[in-house]
Design a protein around this ligand. Structure first.
Ligand SMILES: [Zn+2]
Length: 114
């Protein structure tokens, strides 16, 4: 642990930059030294595949966006069905379904970044 901190301070002194990314192996903060990114604890070079990560994130956002639209259309369908429904049993079923969809919709919204 001590040598690790020593290594980190040495890195900083030598002009390395501490990054917000952490080592995938040990979770220690990574350092940029010139063009290389290294982990002081594992004492090795780390390759950050940032573009892939970002692609994955964008794709995830798109999926959530579509899911939100699907849920919204289901909620609208149920809303329409409730309006024309007179049977109390079926209204109860629609009510339950509506709560389920609304809950799912709420969750999807929470997963989405602002
Ligand atoms: Zn490491």
């Amino acid at each position: 642990m001590g040598s690790e901190l020593k290594k980190m301070s040495e890195l900083l002194k030598s002009g390395a930059t501490m990054l917000s990314e952490t080592c995938p192996e040990c979770g220690s903060p990574l350092f940029r030294v010139g063009k290389e990114i290294i982990c002081a604890k594992c004492n090795r070079q780390v390759v950050i595949v940032k573009s892939t990560e970002e692609e994955g994130k964008i794709m995830g956002d798109r999926v959530l966006q579509e899911l939100e639209q699907t849920l919204l259309s289901k909620i609208k369908e149920i809303d329409g069905a409730i309006r024309s429904e007179k049977d109390p049993d079926r209204l109860g079923q629609y009510g339950k379904a509506l709560l389920t969809w609304l809950d799912a919709f709420e969750r999807v919204r929470r997963l989405k970044p602002d």
